[in-house]
Design a protein around this ligand. Sequence first.
Ligand code: B3K
Ligand code: ZN
Length: 858
Amino acid sequence: PPVIRREDYTPFPWLIPATRMEFELGLEKTRITTTLNVERNPDAAASPTIRLNGDGLALVSLACDGGSCDGHMIDGDDLVVTLPGDRHVLTIVTELDPSDNSQLMGLYASNGMLCTQCEAEGFRRITFFPDRPDVLSTYTVRMRGPRAQFPVLLCNGNRVATGEDGNSHWAEWHDPWPKPSYLFALVAGDLVARTDHFTTMGGREVELNVYVREGDLDRTEHAMESLKRSMQWDEEVFGREYDLDLFNIVAVSDFNMGAMENKGLNVFNTKYVLADPETATDGDYDGVEGVIGHEYFHNWSGNRVTCRDWFQLSLKEGFTVLRDQLFSADMGSEPVKRIEDVRVLRGVQFPEDSGPLAHPIRPDSYREISNFYTSTVYNKGAEVIRMMRTMAGAERFRRGTDLYFDRHDGEAATCEDFVAAIEAGTGLDLTQFRLWYAQAGTPKVAVTLAHEGDTARVKLTQTVPATPGQGDKHPMPIPLKLALFDRASGTHSGEQLVVLDKDSAEFTFDGFAQRPILSINRTFSAPVSIDRDVSREDLVFLAAKDDDPFARYEAMQELMTGHLVAAVSGEMDDGEREAARTDIAQAMRAVIEDDQLDDLMRGELMVMPGQTYVAEQLLVADPGRIHAEREALKADLGTRLAAQFEALYERTGKVPFSLDAQGKGARKVKTLVLAYAAASDPAKAAELAAHQYDGADNMTDRQGALMVLAGLDSAARTGKLLDFYNRYAGNALVIDKWFALQASSLHPHAIEHVKALREHPDFTLKNPNRVRSLYMAFAANPQAFHGADGEGYRMLADLILELDPINAQTAARFVPPLGRWQRIEEGRAKLMREALERIAKAPKLSRDTYEQVTRSLG
Ligand code: B3K
Ligand code: ZN
């Protein structure tokens, strides 16, 4: 497959001001007649032909201006038509079998309904079209189908006409906003809606619908409330108003990702729509709110202003992730949301940035764009924009975004356009800052603190690591919030923002008779890894006293990570181990007993650093040793703090169910206590967990208890797993949890459980949620996946090979865990490479998997 390069961009030679489509709908046969008004693009080099992209399409017929064409040919999958004049009308007929579309791209059948997914290049699986984001067109769509089978007919924009004829009916939709083909959507099926209304700040009455299957209606309230809150928030915080009279959301159970922001017709994975306390955890509730917000916010950051080409993906995704993060922070706890976001960044994006798949947030080349919907483009992209906001301040940043929307409304823009608008709107000079778009790799900042007389000197040194294709890096501007604490009073005299824009710089601070304690990268102001020379004693201080909650979390993480890294590096004697564990326990105890903390934040401070994050600190990691040391620390803390944990469990156990911060905090802390107990006193933990499971009046408690039980060899394990399965049989999203719990469990035989679950009648390769629930959980389970014999790697390779012909996009997503081989001890590394090589050798690999596997082999 060819490599597509950013530098090769040229504008499309033709404009398509209007597109008309007629769909004759059927699950097994859908016929599509597409009429394109095409005219020469005055801003592009002239071409005698028009290239219309296709992907596996059969051309039924083609007409130009109502008659035959001067010439046309099929080139690969594309249709190339000769156009002699400046303006023509092309009529194209295609026919497809949606029920045969297991890739879930283009038009496909899911559960008896028809739906579409077009981003990035799915529209070309429906009809021949210049399927690129810079070709904007106004769509009018008429669809016709059997009324009994498809009582609901939806498309983008507004419904302008409907009609009946015999057993079939039709609807015509018109979307007044010109849009790229990737934002096209159509849905037809037997659905019911929760309906509500929102009045925009300009007085527009908008009808809101959340469409689901009949039995799911009572699980849509949270989605609807989240939507209304999103609309309100975007008006208040970004000044963005909705621009149609209708906003529809449809939930489908077979979906490749979370959701899709199609204009006026968002299509969602059921996972991010359906929620009630019995079946959804607190995390699921937050996920629904965040994704509903995200897709809604795309209406401006993505739809009104779209991307010129797919290299600019972070223009809409990074910005929209930042917007959804700020929204969720405003709806709940700001510091807890920040910690969660950083955990995702470090757990997923940092490893990506330090491995063979590293790429800048604005990539330079790709073979398959689906592979670039990454944590780097999304999450690091959001961090980069957040840094601009931090440097400018929220108010000036808003001037920048206003200018951006104003300048580029209705256009397909670039990351450069965004930066230029922020620059002009805020007054910042972002010349050097643009490197964040071009350079991959997580910068490392080494921090030292010197104290002399009454002066403290903070010396900062940055290095940006080499990444594939980028050997030589330049220093980038790194905004770091810092504070210097006075040891005696436990306070500081104000937070400062310093920007490190050279390899190395020193900042001096006067008025410190005693050596102060440095708190740095507060609120995680820059997406870098800090390597600071700090004593355990100072970390214990910060964990207890820092007034920035993120910095407290960071101090706790660093205490534990520092210990685990030293322990697995084999440079620790018993005395040292004991001393470190004592300090960690002391800090954790202070956290448990701090009555100023809410439980949601307490929970964050109690969480141990993840296996991947610890591995990331080591050049070459031994997953087995990290796992063992991490479990040992957990057990040690469980033992030392048994009394504190017990008291905490008892107090939080009395908090009645509610979806507010108090209720959520109590549930979070309860399950954390169970997890510590499972390591230190498994018999007691099993008893408590079984009790929590039986008494649960919500999914958070029940799943938490079952998660702990699933990891223990206890009598209750089998019984509760069976109970859970029977209780929720038929509820796909909950059965997904049942698969995931077992695949991610700490049970020593988890790998055998995964093998058995692969054969379970409820397992299917056709449903991405189900595949992910078993295999993503498995690939993230250090013990099961990284067994020294390589069986885990072979199982994942088998899955990829089997899934690739069915759903290439999803299959390719399982490659990165195997791509970590360079950072893993040599015995396992060899086995991981073998797994990758076996995949690479398979005939007829998809473009998606081929690209990921070859890049991963390095
Ligand atoms: N824009 C879509 C992602 C589409 C992914 C296609 N492979 C969802 C989102 O980011 O909002
Ligand atoms: Zn998005």
